[in-house]
Structure formats: structure tokens, C-alpha cells
Write a protein that binds this ligand. Structure first.
Ligand SMILES: [Zn+2]
Length: 194
């Protein structure tokens, strides 16, 4: 699965890239996190794309089915929450609760040694190493950014979410490949109508 279904990192935020692990492949909505190994693979790539990911001290995260299932449950709530915000709606209480639960899987402390830094410690949830940074990313997006720059890809064949970081604020598609496919589909439809 991991080889022929590459993960996409087009969201411009860890939380959105995590949500985007469910995507459309050949017309079918597909979960690229089929097993715990997929999650471990995605997580290592997420670190490369988001080197500022907060580290959570405590027990190292086991990549097992429990962590996978917890992560997927939170992912579904975050997906629904961001879609509601993108559509200008008030977030549902259970989706907000899932985000706030993720944020409560660890706590920050100020450390002052060679420099100043925030250190996060898990309160014992095995998936905290993933869920806390994902939750913090979602929290930043929802409280510190321009919500009108949150989008779902304009292609109706695509479900990916992203935060538009372009200067002009005119990004409509998740990728140029998606834009090209969407435009050629539209041209094809128009040519059949005329
Ligand atoms: Zn797209």
C-alpha cells in the first residue's frame, strides 16, 4: 500500500496533512493509513515536512493497531471540524471535543537551560506523540490564521484540504496536477456541449 499510494503533503500544516491521509485514488476515497506500518511511514515523512513538530517526552509511541485506531478516530473528527469551518459553519461539539481531547494528551512546561524552550510531556495516552502536535497544529490554524484561507481543493474529484499561504491568496487546488486535470475535464465537458 505504502509504495503505490504515496502520501501527500500539500496542506501547509501538520493537522491538514494528517487529515489528507484520506484521499481520492482513481475515483475512490482511499485511506492511505491501512495498517500501523503505514502510520509509522507517514509519521517519519511528516517529520521531514514539518521539522518544527513538537516532541512529546514520555513513553515512545508504539505503532500498533490501538494507536492507529485512535489516530483515525481523531482524524475523522478533525476532517469534519475543518470542513465545517471551511463551509462557514459552527463546529459540532463532538468534533471540537475530539480536538480538545488531543490537546489534553500532554501538557507544556517551560524549560530554561542553555536556552528557553517548551517541553511537552504525555499524560499517558499512547498516541500522544502524534495527537498532541496534530492538535496544536489544528489549534494554531483555527485561532491564529485567516480562516478564509482554509480551503478544500476546488476539484469536485478531490477531497484534500489546504491552507493557502500564497501572497495573492488565490490558491484553489491542492496541486497543479489536480488543477490541470480539473481544467481539462471542464474543457472536455464544454466541448461536448457545443
Ligand atoms: Zn486536489
Amino acid at each position: 500500500m505504502s509504495d503505490d499510494v504515496p502520501f501527500v503533503f500539500v496542506g501547509e500544516a501538520l493537522a491538514l496533512d494528517f487529515i489528507n491521509t484520506v484521499k481520492v485514488v482513481r475515483g475512490e476515497i482511499t485511506d492511505t493509513l491501512q495498517n500501523a506500518d503505514d502510520l509509522a511511514h507517514w509519521w517519519s515523512l511528516a517529520y521531514e515536512h514539518h521539522p518544527q513538530i513538537e516532541t512529546v517526552s514520555g513513553e515512545a509511541m508504539p505503532f500498533d493497531d490501538d494507536v492507529l485506531n485512535t489516530a483515525k478516530r481523531v482524524r475523522k473528527h478533525l476532517h469534519d471540524l475543518f470542513l465545517q469551518v471551511i463551509e462557514g459553519q459552527q463546529p459540532e461539539a463532538d468534533d471540537l471535543a475530539a480536538l480538545n481531547w488531543s490537546l489534553a494528551t500532554g501538557y507544556p512546561a517551560l524549560k530554561w537551560d542553555d536556552g528557553r524552550h517548551v517541553e511537552y510531556t504525555s499524560v499517558g495516552e499512547p498516541a500522544a506523540e502524534l495527537l498532541l502536535p496534530v492538535g496544536l497544529s489544528a489549534l494554531r490554524l483555527l485561532t491564529q490564521t485567516d480562516l478564509s484561507r482554509l480551503h478544500k481543493c476546488q476539484s469536485n474529484q478531490c477531497i484534500l484540504l489546504f491552507y493557502d499561504t500564497t501572497k495573492s491568496g488565490t490558491r484553489h487546488w491542492c496541486s497543479t496536477a489536480c488543477m490541470d486535470r480539473d481544467r481539462s475535464r471542464r474543457r472536455y465537458r464544454e466541448s461536448k456541449q457545443s
